[in-house]
Design a protein. Structure first.
Length: 180
């Protein structure tokens, strides 16, 4: 045996890797996946919106049931005195409508009487007392409710031509911009 150099390996010329082009099939498959992902995200967003709406509706229903329960409790604890009941009604109305205040009126078949006000200053109470009792008057929203037997809504009492000047002044004095 001869000692010497080991036989060398044959040198192979290095070849550049073959550039691979994305096949149309792969590109269309990727677009299809992106489309399906976008649709799934839309479905998830819609489901989340529905869940939030459902939660809000349940909370609103619970608020209404709580208010009804509170008014019934007041009725049972004050069988001969209606004032606490009227006060509970305006308090619940203020809360349920996210309002600043509320008023309750009683129609005796001839005159409207203010029977409760929530969160009213002494000045506001005096202003209301100047106008009530009164016959149902279409210039006052509560008068229109009695005369029409329908809900009255004014989005901006300052620019509501159906309200009389006295009603507008009274509402603005109380800081009311909208009413229902």
């Amino acid at each position: 045996m001869r000692r010497g150099a080991k036989p060398g390996k044959a040198k192979v010329k290095a070849r550049l890797p073959v550039a691979r082009k994305a096949a149309k099939k792969e590109a269309s498959g990727r677009r299809e996946l992106e489309k399906r992902l976008a649709e799934a995200l839309q479905r998830e967003a819609e489901a989340l919106r529905q869940l939030q709406t459902s939660h809000c509706e349940r909370a609103e229903t619970l608020d209404q049931q709580t208010a009804t329960s509170e008014i019934l409790r007041v009725i049972s604890s004050s069988p001969t005195d209606s004032q606490p009941v009227f006060d509970a009604i305006v308090g619940s109305a203020t809360h349920l409508c996210n309002g600043l205040n509320a008023a309750a009126f009683l129609y005796d078949g001839e005159l409207l009487h203010n029977v409760a006000l929530s969160d009213a200053s002494p000045e506001a109470r005096e202003e209301i007392a100047r106008h009530f009792p009164q016959r149902p008057n279409p210039e006052f929203a509560v008068g229109r409710v009695v005369l029409k037997g329908a809900i009255v809504h004014s989005a901006d009492v300052r620019n509501d031509p159906s309200l009389g000047e006295g009603a507008r002044r009274t509402l603005q004095f109380r800081g009311i911009r909208a009413l229902i």
